[in-house]
Design a protein around this ligand. Structure first.
Ligand code: MG
Length: 332
């Protein structure tokens, strides 16, 4: 198949800067791609790299897109190297064709995002009121003893069956991780995400064995091959999957499904174009279901650029209603 190819670098300020372990993140940059085939059918994709995760950066993607030129073939698109995983993802998404409804149309549960620090307490009360029952709280930001005290306050707010996920973004050393995991044991903590850095893989494995609270890999998964490695390693915990970072999400998800892995779909803070692609994967997933890590939108001022807004459930209609073409045109 031959296509007309175009791409656009976008640079969009977040409505509120995002606090990360690498400081404040004020604007999202990425690349949108558009492919029009010989029959006039148009598809869009988004390359949404997170360079401090270890992906390629926007300059690499832009340069590769310029090299591709205006007229491309499947052969040329498939030859984009896997080191440009986010770009491959975008090109695959743009070729994925019409959205077909998933087998299971039930709405998917979404985890409510709580801010780091004491602000989490007001936030959990508000979110409980609108119906959230799974929460994600950023830890490893303040003093560990203070945060552990806050965890008890947060757990005290939870009705029966509700759960909280902790995300340390790799901030803890061994001692801190051990203290936390001992603390979590008797509490309604669904899992602890990335307690230590991806470099400390042996420590991660040891902690997963020594404590009852499950652990989840997030920063440890940057490329398709990372999932393959942890699967063959027999990782017992959860996999936080940002499909936006994977060159071939279909293949990775098939491997995870085959291994009966526990998968938590998660946003890479994409715009509507990437959101539709990643939610499509989340809805197609037929393995065990865990609340989605998509409680992030609205991230951008222009509503046409956002994924479904942070409510306790996301419905297939909302995924279908996202309009990649309108997003593309909004920046022209
Ligand atoms: Mg995380």
């Amino acid at each position: 198949m031959e296509y007309r190819f175009s791409h656009r670098v976008y640079r969009l300020p977040f409505r509120t800067p995002v606090r990360t372990s690498h400081g404040l993140w004020a604007e999202r940059t990425g690349v949108w791609v558009r492919l029009e085939d010989e029959t006039g059918k148009v598809g869009f994709g988004e390359a949404a790299p997170i360079p401090w995760f270890g992906t390629e950066n926007v300059e690499d993607i832009d340069a590769a897109c310029r090299t591709l030129g205006e007229n491309v073939t499947d052969h040329l698109l498939d030859a984009v190297p896997t080191t440009l995983g986010c770009l491959k993802n975008a090109l695959n998404a743009a070729r994925a064709g019409e959205l077909s409804p998933p087998e299971d149309l039930a709405a998917r549960q979404v985890a409510g995002l709580l801010p780091a620090g004491p602000g989490a307490l007001d936030a959990i009360r508000e979110k409980l009121e609108v119906g959230f029952r799974v929460f994600k709280w950023k830890v490893g930001v303040g003093d560990a003893a203070d945060e552990m005290g806050l965890l008890d306050d947060l757990c005290g707010e939870l009705p029966d069956g509700a759960k909280i996920r902790l995300d340390a973004n790799g901030a803890w050393d061994r001692r801190t991780a051990e203290r936390w995991l001992a603390r979590c044991a008797e509490r309604p903590v669904e899992f602890v995400e990335q307690p230590v850095t991806p470099e400390a893989a042996d420590l991660l494995r040891g902690l997963a064995e020594d404590y009852p609270t499950p652990l989840a890999l997030d920063e440890s998964i940057v490329r398709d091959g990372d999932v393959t490695r942890w699967l063959s390693d027999g990782w017992p915990g959860y996999y936080v999957i940002k499909t936006a970072l994977l060159a071939d999400p279909d293949a990775v998800l098939a491997a995870l499904k085959k291994a009966s892995a526990k998968v938590v779909f998660s946003s890479a803070l994409e715009t509507a174009i990437g959101a539709q692609a990643t939610l499509r994967h989340a809805f197609a997933w037929t393995g065990s279901k865990h609340a989605l890590g998509f409680g992030v939108w609205p991230l951008y001022e222009n509503h046409i650029l956002n994924g479904p807004t942070a409510l306790p459930f996301v419905r297939w209609d909302e995924v279908k209603a996202l309009n990649p073409e309108a997003a593309w045109n909004a920046l022209s």
